[in-house]
Design a protein. Structure first.
Length: 354
């Protein structure tokens, strides 16, 4: 069977594939190959007309100077999409359009305060805005996303004590700690972590099970089994896992997607080399959406009702964009009680939030 190409994806997105078996073949490839999935989203959620033309014309036409430039621009956009994080805007916009400027905080990084994005209505079209996003120059904004998202209460924590052998694995490559033969916890770390399980305030840490997740840590080293306690849980669901030292300090953290109750999450905290005593599990806060990997963000959006609108850069004006939210599908999402607004923010230097 011949492999699925970007041209096949373009024809599929354009509705030019009529054979059901061919549709199934292309759809399966899109679900299995992230680069094809990104291209499909690009062609269906953004103005992909030019890309469709490029894929469907002859080789000679494709190699024309004009189309070469288009292809390079498309490749650049795809490279940015691979680093793009979903950064939550703290409030919504009126479905019918605004009459005056609106300031909305944007949560874009763990180590930086929220920035105020300005949405200034454009007089020529109701529901269109000039957006001023005061982000670093290497963090361009690609799209505005309006999606119905419900991830649970981040305050609903589960805290579990970790067995001493839970961290029984070799240090990740690049770690600069020496191990004795057959030991997975270096003596100096073991000595440092031998204090009482108390926080700096002197309050002891205690195991606690929240109302959302039951966490079984006695599965395998660096593995936990997550069981849903709440009924009618919506999957997939992002959770934040945090590894704590004996004193309650954060040593490692990462986000994983839960697709079903009873799922095993393996190889947690891959780059962690500290002795962990406690594991904290909680639903991911909406404001922490930037912690999602680009792939996980795409999976969550695909499982919800959403609309994506391109943010068009204003020539010669860094950090300024225009966005048109007047489309009926977008207005429907803005009018939803469950809507969450987010900006899709890329990392031009290739270094994204952990």
């Amino acid at each position: 069977m011949k492999p699925v190409t970007s041209g096949d994806v373009a024809r599929y997105a354009s509705g030019l594939i009529t054979d059901p078996d061919e549709e199934d073949r292309i759809f399966s490839a899109i679900m299995k190959r992230p680069e094809l999935e990104e291209l499909y989203f690009l062609l269906t959620d953004r103005d992909g007309g030019q890309l469709h033309e490029i894929e469907l014309v002859s080789d000679a036409e494709t190699k024309s100077p004009e189309n070469v430039v288009r292809v390079e621009q498309a490749k650049h956009l795809l490279s940015l999409l691979k680093t793009a994080r979903l950064c939550r805007l703290e409030q919504s916009l009126p479905a019918a359009g605004a009459d005056s400027e609106i300031l909305i905080p944007l949560h874009w990084a763990a180590d930086a305060p929220a920035v105020a994005c300005r949405f200034v209505p454009l007089p020529e079209r109701r529901g269109a805005y000039r957006v001023y996003a005061n982000l670093p120059a290497h963090r361009p904004v690609l799209s505005l996303v309006a999606a119905d998202l419900a991830w649970g209460k981040p305050s609903d924590l589960t805290l579990k004590r970790l067995p001493s052998n839970w961290i029984n694995r070799p240090l990740p490559e690049g770690a600069k700690l020496a191990f004795d033969s057959g030991r997975q916890v270096p003596a100096n770390l073991a000595a440092k972590s031998g204090n009482q399980d108390e926080t700096e305030s002197g309050e002891p840490l205690r195991e606690h099970c929240g109302d959302t997740w039951e966490v079984n840590v006695k599965v395998a080293p660096w593995t936990v089994r997550i069981v849903a306690l709440a009924r009618k849980m919506l999957f997939p669901m992002p959770i934040l896992l945090t590894g704590l030292t004996a004193g309650g300090d954060v040593a490692a953290a990462e986000v994983r997607l839960i697709y079903d109750s009873g799922q095993d999450l393996r190889n947690l905290f891959e780059m962690c080399s500290e002795r962990l005593h406690w594991l904290k599990v909680a639903p991911l806060a909406i404001n922490d959406a930037f912690r999602l990997s680009p792939y996980d963000a795409a999976v969550l959006l695909g499982a919800s009702k959403y609309a994506v609108c391109p943010m068009e850069p204003v020539a010669g004006r860094e950090g300024e964009y225009t966005v048109d939210l007047s489309d009926a599908r977008v207005r429907e999402r803005l009018d939803s009680k469950d809507v969450v607004l987010a900006l899709q923010v890329a990392e031009m230097e290739g270094q994204v939030q952990p």
